[in-house]
Design a protein around this ligand. Structure first.
Ligand SMILES: [Mg+2]
Length: 184
């Protein structure tokens, strides 16, 4: 089982530059350079029809050997997710497979992805931000398609309802309404 999506790429695999889509500006901006040789283990992007509890679009890690440029969009299929908390806010990363790569046709679920890749992703997201003043993250494991699609649908609803809200206002309100999505 999978679900087709269109991913907007922000960061290419192996990049040490953190590019970020700014919804207000409608542009991709450079956020910062990662410290200490950290490089993104996978292509990283977002789904414009979704809003996550951190006030940004839902993030997606795109499994592929290729590096995609910031600003392009590609077809992918959701196969799972990584549960994550970033600075006390739910910050799920969906895991998707590039859909237009013949080499990846056989990958149908998260068990088909090499464990090495999942480990690399987990290590990166556990450690890349843990610098004084930058913030802290924790990874709470990987989930399969069922969990991921529930999360996706929830974030589609959030975007429909709150997409026009200011980010700070959204987080403040959600902390009151859904405290279970936040740890501080
Ligand atoms: Mg996020």
């Amino acid at each position: 089982m999978n679900k087709e999506i269109i991913v907007n790429i922000e960061i290419p695999k192996d990049s040490n530059i953190k590019y970020e889509f700014d919804r207000k500006k409608g542009k991709i901006v450079v956020d910062r350079i990662l410290r200490d040789g950290f490089k993104y283990p996978a292509n990283y992007g977002f789904l414009e029809e979704t809003l996550d509890w951190d006030g940004d679009e839902l993030d997606v890690l795109v499994y592929s050997e290729r590096k995609f440029m910031p600003g392009v969009s590609l077809n992918a299929r959701i196969i799972g997710a990584m549960k994550m908390i970033d600075d006390g806010e739910t910050d799920t990363k969906l895991i998707a497979i590039h859909n237009d790569d013949y080499k990846l046709e056989k990958i149908e679920n998260i068990e088909d992805i090499p464990k090495k890749w999942l480990d690399k992703v987990e290590t990166f997201f556990t450690t890349y931000k843990n610098w004084k003043g930058v913030g802290t993250t924790s990874v709470l494991g990987f989930k399969g398609f069922k969990w991921a699609i529930k999360e996706y649908n929830e974030c589609v609803k959030l975007m429909k309802k709150y997409g026009s809200w200011d980010k700070n206002k959204f987080i403040k309100e959600m902390k009151k309404k859904h405290p279970e999505k936040y740890t501080k």
